[in-house]
Design a protein around this ligand. Structure first.
Ligand SMILES: Cc1ncc(COP(=O)(O)O)c(C=O)c1O
Length: 385
């Protein structure tokens, strides 16, 4: 991988050290320029100019095919959403819930992974059970086995923990749940673009992901995978033009599309997904495996350095297979209450730091330099001395 030529395609990297890519970083020039080109086209000519409309909708479908291919699904199994939260809500509201039904989620869900289910508790009396997020397969499956019951209607788990970047043995969970015939959904917000994911391999029924984190797409590029046999079983809650094959006001009936597009409706900003085509091209040209390897190498380097800094406690698993490019650690032992602000103001190093929990989350994205990882460690050492 020629890292310098890759970095030249993301010029913002020259002006600051982006260690928070997982929570939005700069996009490559090709993506930014495509977004501007499409916006200009739409605003100058109007979205329903025939040529504009053909181009935008053509690229929108192109991006559906690209996302589908990227995750090993068919385009019919992909709904293009605004974000990961959309996908989770579509599934959470797609079952006929009754009081006493049970949903299992992990204790490390992002608010967008827990609130849609807590909302079901409020509305329908659904019981939410918490599974401890852990990377050890045997312990995870044993705990899951203790929690499932004949009332379990859905198991929803983060593929990668938003708290510390630990990786779930998601495939083994899929095999376990398949035997029990329990629907299975994964939140892939921090998995997609970090390492290759394959829907069929994971054995999940639903998978919510996005391009706007690790794939370096524009904001607003979510997708939801719905396994073929679920497309017509999952109920639609929000409907409108674009999701039906036909409707008839005389008979007061309609027929929904037979693809995951039945979960898309109404006017939206199609150009956002259209520019994702360029981001996936950028990613695929570098190669998902290369990206995975480099990012994990950088994370390993960072963990090695952090382990030597007094006052820092690493929370992310050290084992490569159990973790990702995200490295999370406690900053409680450092001599500064807000090291994230200090790093930004003094050294233009962008991190994600939570002063309340005194923890810092670093995204060791593939495009970083080894020197930048060392720079962070050096600066944190200064706060430790
Ligand atoms: C694990 C996880 N799930 C869901 C979300 C929400 O994603 P979105 O903003 O695309 O809805 C996030 C956002 O950071 C996340 O980390």
């Amino acid at each position: 991988m020629d890292i310098q030529s890759i970095r030249a395609q993301i010029p913002a990297l020259a002006s600051c050290t982006y260690l928070n890519c997982g929570t939005f970083g700069p996009t490559p020039t090709t993506v930014a320029e495509e977004a501007v080109r499409l916006t200009r086209l739409i605003e100058n000519k109007g979205p329903y100019d025939r040529d504009v409309n053909d181009e935008i909708l053509g690229l929108f479908e192109h991006s559906r095919r690209d996302f589908a291919k990227y995750v090993g699904a068919t385009p019919d199994e992909i709904a293009l959403t605004r974000n990961v939260s959309d996908g989770i809500n579509i599934v959470a509201s797609g079952f006929d819930w009754s009081p006493g039904d049970e949903v299992i989620i992990t204790n490390e869900e992002h608010p967008s992974g827990s609130l849609p289910f807590l909302n079901l508790t409020e509305r329908y009396g659904v019981k939410v059970k918490l599974l401890t997020f852990q990377s050890n397969v045997e312990r995870l499956l044993a705990d899951l086995d203790d929690l499932v019951s004949d009332k379990t209607k859905l198991v929803f788990l983060s593929h990668v923990s938003t708290v510390d970047g630990a990786r779930l043995p998601a495939k083994e969970v899929g095999e376990f749940l398949k035997l029990k015939n329990i629907p299975y959904m994964l939140d892939g917000a921090h998995a997609v673009g970090q390492f290759p994911v394959s829907m069929k391999d994971l054995g999940c029924d639903f998978y919510a992901g996005c391009g706007h984190k690790w794939l370096l797409c524009q904001q607003g590029t979510g997708f939801l995978y719905i396994a073929e046999d679920w497309i017509t079983k999952l109920k639609t809650s929000w409907v409108g033009w674009g999701m039906a094959e036909d409707y008839d006001l005389d008979s007061l009936s309609y027929t929904s599309l037979k693809t995951a597009q039945r979960f898309e409706f109404g006017t939206r900003y199609w150009a956002t997904h259209a520019s994702a085509v360029k981001a996936l091209e950028f990613h695929n040209n570098i190669g998902p495996e290369n990206i995975y390897t480099r990012s994990h190498d950088l994370a390993a380097q960072l963990k090695r350095r952090l382990a030597d800094i007094p006052g820092i406690t690493i929370k992310t698993p050290m084992d490569r297979l159990d973790s990702t490019g995200i490295v999370c650690f406690s900053t409680a032992g450092l001599n500064h209450p807000e090291p994230g602000n200090w790093l930004w103001k003094n050294h233009r190093i962008l991190t994600a730091h939570n002063p309340d929990t005194k923890s810092m989350r670093i995204a060791a994205a593939f495009y970083l330099l080894e020197d930048e990882i060392d720079l962070l460690a050096d600066k944190l050492s200064e706060l430790a001395s």
